[in-house]
Write a protein that binds this ligand. Structure first.
Ligand SMILES: Nc1ncnc2c1ncn2[C@@H]1O[C@H](COP(=O)(O)OP(=O)(O)OP(=O)(O)O)[C@@H](O)[C@H]1O
Ligand SMILES: [Mg+2]
Length: 141
């Protein structure tokens, strides 16, 4: 897809849904397309005890694909063009790298995600994106 692109960091959490809605509004105003990205964290595989890491990884990838399918439908219902990508590795690092690859104009992210530390005002993914990205980051509220 050519043209301007906005990355949405999407993990299916309520806050990432807010990010998707905000990104949709921005995309319409800026005549941009959305790129929905969900990153598979590979670290749980280090302690995988199922004896079949390949099957565990496939299941993780499928889960992320399903999450993105839902997000894609939501954004398309609101009238914007969307592509999706399931990527693997360190979430903020991979998001920033992908934003560069597709020449995204910004990354839109939720305040919190699926993690549990409610004490934190800003989740670690959002925090790392704001800290390390040289592409503008918008944190949805
Ligand atoms: N695996 C992921 N793939 C894509 N985007 C993600 C992923 N994890 C988080 N995000 C994005 O980052 C936002 C904030 O989530 P974050 O992970 O920072 O908070 P958290 O899960 O509450 O805390 P923590 O991960 O530090 O325990 C989410 O709303 C989403 O936009
Ligand atoms: Mg998280």
């Amino acid at each position: 897809m050519d043209g301007k692109k906005i990355i949405v960091a999407y993990d299916g959490s309520p806050d990432s849904e807010k990010a998707l809605k905000l990104a949709t509004t921005l995309a319409k105003a800026m005549y941009a397309n959305l790129v929905l990205v969900s990153v598979v964290d590979l670290t749980p595989l280090l302690s995988d005890d199922t004896g079949n890491i390949g099957a565990t990884l496939d299941a993780m990838r499928r889960e992320h694909e399903n999450v993105l399918e839902t997000g894609k439908m939501h954004a398309e219902d609101l009238g914007v063009a969307v592509t999706t990508a399931v990527l693997e590795g360190n979430t903020p690092e991979v998001l920033i790298k992908h934003a560069h690859e597709v020449r995204a104009m910004m990354i839109v992210v939720g305040t919190r995600g699926l993690g549990g530390f409610k004490r934190l005002l800003l989740g670690s993914t959002a925090q790392a994106l704001v800290t390390y990205s040289d592409i503008p980051v918008v944190v949805a509220k």
